[in-house]
Design a protein. Sequence first.
Length: 171
Amino acid sequence: MKSAKWENIFKGWNRTESATVLTLKQVPIFKEFSDREFSELEKLIHHRMYSRDEFVFKNGAIGEGMYIIMHGAVKITIGIRSDNENILAELGEGDFFGELALFDDDEPRSANAIATIDSELLGFFTQDLMTLQERNPVLGQKILYNLGGVLGERLRSTNKLLLESQNEKSG
């Protein structure tokens, strides 16, 4: 007869995390989530494939949510022709973008997101966040709190860059 104590000690010892959860763990919006919370979040995540040079979204399109790069690379640009394209960011695996749309999904995107190589992205959309808020308000609030922190950090970085740019022009 097996001892219940030994069964509990070894239960789940070889459990592995999915590639989706491993990718989500890299995103600060989902920091300090428990295994159960990641499991619940994983059920709402959408996998999307994009070919090289394919738009994830275009400037002016209504924002639906955020994306996380599972495999591949994406550039964030303003302008679409090579002669007037300004690259704002080049992102790789584990990076995320478009998160502002979780707050203001009725507002148009302010830039383009374009796959630079064949890419697999994870989508977390406003409707998913609303569903999560209904099912698990504590987890929904945790995401919103972390999202606020990320947006604040990005705003501070942008302000710093603008200040440095002004100082270079005046000095």
